[in-house]
Design a binder for this molecule. Structure first.
Ligand SMILES: *[C@@H]1O[C@H](CO)[C@@H](O)[C@H](O)[C@H]1NC(C)=O
Ligand SMILES: *[C@@H]1O[C@H](CO)[C@@H](O)[C@H](O)[C@H]1NC(C)=O
Length: 254
């Protein structure tokens, strides 16, 4: 559940930036994402959409075509996107229920710079102001397993698994309880369904019947979500930087 939410959140932000980035400076206007506190909706509006439309109508005085919302958001954050002038954006910021007005910007995807891409830094923005970096959150990953020796899964400073954690650390080929730690607090594997449907036995030279990740995909996704910071990571010297998960304090149940 937690994984799904975080993944959706990241994807949402990625698509917002990617889509809205192209709409900058349209007719002297720029795309902004207006983040609204959902619970502030006045009674007279049937839906949030009506409320947002009315806000936009008040904000945009001159240009009727700018009264169209680009998007409305109602799942992980609430609000809308619209093309505003700088003055209109400032006027929006002080309206009742408005949490933030964020200008769209054009960004490029590159793994070690993903936090910058998302506007996250340890000195400013959401990460520094509100985030606990996933502290006390356990992220369940259902994927191809984990390569526990990766530096992304060091548990420095994390302490033992949170109290109340009931997960297991299962053993299998090249994986035992010593491969779990304060980061990988649980690891299990599920091969019975596959084996029941495939008469040919699993070739254990090619595949680990254990939580160990033969493929690499599960290791990639787990480190993307909750990997610790590992500096000096590059692709043959390109995009050298620090690789880290978006919630580096979170624990993993693989
Ligand atoms: C398992 O895979 C290896 C490597 O491809 C191969 O050499 C071996 O013959 C396979 N074993 C079986 C039982 O199919
Ligand atoms: C990457 O950056 C680190 C720290 O700035 C540096 O020590 C390292 O040599 C760099 N690696 C490459 C491949 O450029």
């Amino acid at each position: 559940m937690a994984k799904a939410c975080l993944a959706t959140f990241i994807l949402t932000l990625l698509s917002l930036s990617a889509i809205l980035g192209t709409t900058e400076n349209y007719g002297g206007r720029k795309a902004y994402i207006v983040h609204i506190l959902k619970s502030m909706k006045p009674q007279q509006f049937n839906s949030h959409r009506h409320w947002y439309a009315s806000m936009l109508d008040q904000i945009v005085q001159s240009d009727p075509s700018a009264k169209e919302m680009l998007y409305t958001y109602g799942t992980l954050l609430h609000g809308f996107a619209a093309q505003l002038t700088k003055a209109e954006a400032q006027a929006t910021e002080v309206m009742d229920g408005c949490l933030a007005v964020i200008p769209s910007s054009l960004n490029k995807i590159s793994t070690t710079h993903a936090p910058e891409f998302l506007g996250l830094s340890s000195s400013s923005g959401l990460w520094s102001r509100y985030s606990t970096y996933g502290k006390d959150i356990i992220v369940g990953m259902i994927d191809t397993g984990i390569w526990p020796e990766s530096k992304s899964f060091k548990d420095e400073g994390l302490g033992p698994a949170p109290t109340g954690w009931k997960g297991a650390c299962e053993s299998g080929r090249r994986f035992d309880s010593s491969n779990c730690n304060g980061k990988i607090i649980g690891a299990r594997y599920f091969s019975k369904g596959y084996e029941a449907q495939n008469p040919t036995p699993i070739n254990e030279t090619l595949e680990y019947k254990s939580p160990r990740d033969n493929d690499g995909h599960g290791t990639h996704t787990a480190s993307t979500v909750a990997g610790a910071a590992v500096s000096g990571i590059s692709y043959f010297g390109f995009v050298n930087g620090t690789a880290r998960g978006m919630a580096p304090q979170a624990r993993l149940a693989i």
